[in-house]
Ligand binder design. Structure first.
Ligand SMILES: [Zn+2]
Length: 139
């Protein structure tokens, strides 16, 4: 098994573990964007969020919710940015779902999630809604 997050989840390689649940593990990112940058991963090797089993998704996000306050307060931060790069096109470099929790401070200069989308939307809102609802109906 060469996946680094699987190896961390199994305890095969060391990491600064923050929490371990039945189905998810949280640990400090080795290349933190800020002090206290935590990654929360499912124990299951799944590349994309939409491929997670419902119980794994529930455990993953319950862990994110449980940690978001302690990550903020433990670092004396003002808030957290919580994000998932979901697929290679988004910059996901490890094909194992991982949720970033990054402590944020007023004036830290990092910007909001909105700042990573310079182009904004172009298509008609109702048309976009129809396209997504059509896919949802197929599921
Ligand atoms: Zn993995």
């Amino acid at each position: 098994m060469s996946c680094v997050f699987c190896r961390i989840a199994r305890g095969d390689i060391p990491a600064e573990i923050i929490a371990r649940e039945d189905g998810a593990v949280a640990f400090l990112d080795v290349a933190p964007l800020a002090d206290g940058h935590v990654l929360v991963v499912p124990e299951a090797h799944v590349a994309r969020l939409e491929d997670l089993a419902p119980d794994d998704a529930r455990t993953l996000f319950q862990t994110v919710v449980r940690l978001s306050g302690p990550v903020r307060d433990g670092l004396g931060a003002d808030g957290t940015t919580i994000g998932v790069n979901n697929g290679a096109a988004t910059g996901q470099t490890v094909p194992h779902v991982h949720v970033h929790i990054v402590p944020r401070r007023h004036g830290d200069g990092a910007g909001s999630i909105h700042s990573i989308f310079p182009g904004g939307s172009r298509r008609d809102v109702a048309e976009v809604g129809d396209a997504i609802r059509a896919e949802l109906a197929l599921g």
